[in-house]
Design a protein around this ligand. Structure first.
Ligand code: CP
Ligand code: NVA
Length: 305
């Protein structure tokens, strides 16, 4: 039966570990010029209903490096933008391609696409989650810290797609997770229910960034207004005052604490410019790891189809 990557809630710790291990291997092969044409002759359709730089380029480059081909479909320019049902798009693309990556708004659209497609579907971001990004994030933290289990992951900001995936991914990998979100901007209830179903000391939802950052080994943040929330920008800027990852906040974290940002970043809003630059190496390692993590996902899902 075909497998999909729709959200991290669907994956076990062992499955996440397998993806990270294969990503490490593919990264090593790439750096050492070892051939890796595991998906020769295969095609990935990439549907984008929202903007992208990293996701588009890393999937396309990754598919090429694996010997396959990726094609870009913009929501607006394809028949999707003129109302063709997702069920039909799923069945048509399954006749041409070996996998489908989709970036869109509702998680239900991705789930429906996967239900009707006969080829693997990969979630390249929805309003609910961003699993490919968080696989890359976990890969980056593991590279820098050697382990994940027992580390404290701190998330500062909006309880958005990134917060949802980081909470689930971090907890599944045995990390301690603290998220600081202003009231009214909490992570998704499904994610909070999952987080609260584990041991109480492993997850904390805080109202102050200081509480979440204390003793952290890695601090994550993300934009205050996500794609699709542009008109809420001014209201959100007010609500998130005090939620900037700055030097004062970082002083509360453990020595050697990492900073991660999925990008694009807004300096002076969710992250101070000096903190961003001080951690630029780790942040761009994180961006690079999108490539390796997604190649691992495509390898695992598409190699036998
Ligand atoms: N982080 C991320 O998903 O970047 P893009 O929006 O550029 O794809
Ligand atoms: N939360 C952001 C992530 C961008 C990669 C958004 O959805 O716009």
């Amino acid at each position: 039966m075909k497998k999909d990557l729709l959200k991290l809630l669907d994956l076990s710790r062992e499955e996440i570990t397998e993806i990270l291990n294969i990503a490490d291997q593919l990264k090593y092969e790439k750096k050492h010029g070892i051939a890796q044409k595991h998906l020769e002759g295969k095609t990935l359709a990439m549907i984008f209903e929202k903007n992208s730089t990293r996701t588009r380029v890393s999937f396309e480059a990754g598919m090429f490096q694996l010997g396959g081909h990726a094609l870009f479909l913009s929501g607006k320019e394809s028949q999707i933008g003129r109302g063709e049902p997702i069920q039909d798009t799923a069945r048509v693309l399954s006749r041409y391609c070996d996998g489908i990556m989709i970036r869109t708004f509702g998680q239900d659209e991705v789930e429906q696409l996967a239900q009707y497609a006969t080829v693997p579907v990969i979630n390249g971001l929805t309003d609910f989650c961003h699993p490919c990004q968080v696989l890359a994030d976990l890969l980056t933290v593991r590279e820098h810290k050697a382990v994940l289990e027992g580390l404290k992951l701190c998330y500062i900001g909006d309880g958005n797609n990134m917060a949802n995936s980081l909470i689930v991914g971090g907890l599944k990998m045995g990390m301690e997770v603290a998220a600081a979100c202003p009231e009214g901007y909490d992570p998704d209830p499904q994610v909070l229910a999952f987080a609260k179903s584990g041991p109480a000391h492993r997850f904390t939802l805080c109202r102050t960034p200081q509480e979440a950052a204390a003793g952290a080994d890695v601090v994550f943040t993300d934009v205050w207004a996500s794609m699709g929330q542009e008109e809420e920008k001014a209201v959100r800027e007010k609500a998130f005052q005090g939620f900037c990852v700055d030097a004062g906040l970082m002083a509360l974290a453990n020595p050697g604490c990492m900073v991660q940002h999925c990008l694009p970043a807004h300096r002076g809003e969710e992250i101070a410019a000096d903190v961003f630059e001080a951690h630029a190496q780790e942040i761009f390692d994180e961006a690079e790891n999108r490539l390796h993590a997604q190649k691992a996902v495509m390898y695992l899902l598409m190699k036998e189809n």
